[in-house]
Design a protein around this ligand. Structure first.
Ligand code: AMP
Length: 228
């Protein structure tokens, strides 16, 4: 990806990726974090790691995630606050999948201000419902490096194997059809209100997530550079 290969160092403002599941937030957030040399903070990945390690938090989150519902705000907030207090976050970070409710957004605002960070820039990536469904149902993730594929739109060269490290490609348990419906419903009722919340604060920038990933990345980079 030519335009994104050169890395910058640090972000003036933390970035937040907002949008429905399947809009490409994970792919784009990773790319921007790599570009700016800051951590990519996906609360979904953090929970999956806890589930994998079978921690107490993982045992609480697992059944909720399997139903496609949201984990309670106080659990998410405790985990995020601890994470951004680590030294690697001092030069900024990219949130992916957080905040997801108005209370999370309000609390995040206070946490960022308290730690001396600038107001976040919120990148709202939207895609129509049918495309979201196809992206989620077709998504496969490398068990080793976390690289994301899609069996319809971005298949690996060898079925079920990562192009980069040969790792096994797996389907997330919550990418099954009945759970996808639940997750999209949770987004509509609990997360979509954040669009108006951040728009009212003039922190929101809207991006069409339908084009191919490289094109979306270029648009996002332009936006962030213009705004920082
Ligand atoms: P994701 O990978 O972002 O789609 O997240 C997977 C699942 O983790 C979600 O369906 C929720 O159950 C949980 N989760 C991730 N981030 C949050 C959050 N900010 N608030 C509540 N639940 C979350």
């Amino acid at each position: 990806m030519g335009s994104t290969s050169a890395t910058a160092h640090g972000l003036k403002r933390p970035l937040i990726f907002l949008g429905p599941p399947g809009a490409g937030k994970g792919t784009q957030a990773k790319e921007l974090a790599r570009h700016f040399g800051v951590p990519h903070l996906s609360t979904g990945d953090m929970f999956r790691e806890h589930v994998e390690r079978d921690t107490e938090l993982g045992r609480r989150a697992r059944p909720i995630m399997e139903r496609g519902e949201l984990v309670p705000d106080e659990i998410v907030l405790g985990m995020v606050e601890e994470r951004i207090s680590r030294p690697d976050c001092a030069a900024g970070f990219v949130f992916d999948g957080f905040p997801r409710t108005i209370p999370q957004a309000e609390r995040l605002g206070a946490i960022l201000a308290g730690r001396g960070f600038a107001a976040p820039l919120v990148l709202y990536v939207d895609v129509d419902y049918e495309k979201l469904f196809r992206r989620l149902a077709g998504r496969r993730t490398c068990k080793v490096g976390g690289e994301i594929y899609n069996i319809y739109d971005r298949p690996p060269r060898v079925p079920d194997r990562c192009d980069h490290d040969g790792g096994e490609l797996i389907q997330r348990p919550d990418d099954r059809e009945e759970v996808i419906r639940e997750r999209l419903a949770a987004y509509e009722t609990q997360t979509r209100p954040l669009v108006d919340y951040y728009r009212a604060k003039s922190l929101l920038r809207e991006v069409d997530g339908s084009p191919d990933a490289a094109a979306v990345t270029r648009t996002l980079l332009d936006l962030v550079k213009r705004d920082s």
